[in-house]
Design a protein around this ligand. Structure first.
Ligand code: MF3
Ligand code: CO
Length: 286
């Protein structure tokens, strides 16, 4: 069943996603050579707890950690480990969820560690651009396929592989609700988007083949050809005045949307410099 959320529910989701975005920003800032993904996991857990949230992933289908940290050819669901030290030239997808008062928020960003080859920087930037395109395609009365088509168009334009086995999802009182939100079209197909629908949109793009393999740990998803993969995710609500990305204070206590997000409000990150995160998602506005 697809549920549409009202103001009270959306405020809880805004709070949960805000906590996720704040903690995620702390994690991205910590992604430097020599830091382990286990240490990043700890930063995420502390970041959620100190802001009054509960981490959503521990225990979810038996998942053991707070964050998913997927390095280089790992697509999603990499399990943090004290043995996994980040190195100069790595990219790492960080995926985090939190719960406030029974309502979930879910977001992901890919961080660049040190300096990466130009094609990898482009992969990260275009996966981010695809998230912006997907969010921008959310329209009351439109279809879920419009989102996937917008995401897929960015990959096609750049010759990147779109992961098909893992998809975005509805979100609310559960981490994963209906409908599924694939990162491919066709436009004009799929569920009709209604006011108050909350969707986690999460493009996963590969530099090489779209094909992936599940590791023997039962979680880690890797590209079939060993080439790098990037992942970004926002929790979004469809409103009459357009899509609102939760977690950045746009959904206020009055239920007012303070702006309709467009590409200008979510600038494409400049080519990453040494030591800088891959993308900034506007923490300054919170
Ligand atoms: N954040 C992931 C998603 O977007 C879920 C991670 S699965 C977990 O669907 F087990 F790690 F929680
Ligand atoms: Co998700």
């Amino acid at each position: 069943m697809i549920t549409c959320k009202g103001r009270t529910e959306l405020l809880k989701m805004e709070r949960a996603t805000w906590i996720v975005q704040q903690a995620l920003a702390e994690c991205v800032a910590a992604c430097r050579p020599g830091v382990t993904t286990e240490e990043i996991d700890r930063i995420a857990a502390d970041g959620i707890r100190k802001r009054g949230g509960r981490a959503a992933f521990p225990g979810y289908r038996g998942y053991p950690k707070t964050i998913c940290a997927s390095v280089n050819d790992e697509v999603v669901h990499g399990i943090p480990s004290a043995k996994r030290k980040l190195r100069d030239g790595d990219i790492v997808g960080l995926d985090l969820g939190a719960v406030v008062d029974g309502y979930f928020g879910d977001a992901a960003r890919t961080a660049i560690v040190g300096e990466v080859p130009a094609d990898v920087a482009v992969l990260v930037r275009d996966t981010w651009r695809a998230l912006v395109a997907g969010v921008s395609a959310v329209r009351v009365g439109g279809r879920v396929g419009d989102i996937g088509a917008a995401v897929e168009a960015v990959a096609k334009e750049q010759g990147l592989g779109v992961v098909r086995e893992y998809v975005g999802h509805g979100i609310g009182t559960a981490l994963h609700e209906e409908p599924q939100v694939p990162n491919y079209g066709p436009a004009g197909k799929g569920e009709t988007i209604r006011e108050g629908m909350t969707l986690a949109i999460e493009p996963m793009f590969n530099l090489g083949t779209a094909r992936v393999r599940l590791a023997s740990d039962g979680w880690t998803v890797r590209t079939a050809d060993g080439k790098p993969s990037a992942h970004f995710e926002h929790t979004v609500v469809a409103t009459a005045s357009g899509p609102v990305v939760l977690g950045f204070g746009r959904y206020s206590a009055e239920g007012l949307v303070t702006g309709v997000p467009g590409e200008t409000e979510y600038p494409v990150p400049a080519a990453p410099q040494r030591g800088e995160p891959a993308a900034t998602t506007g923490e300054a506005r919170v």
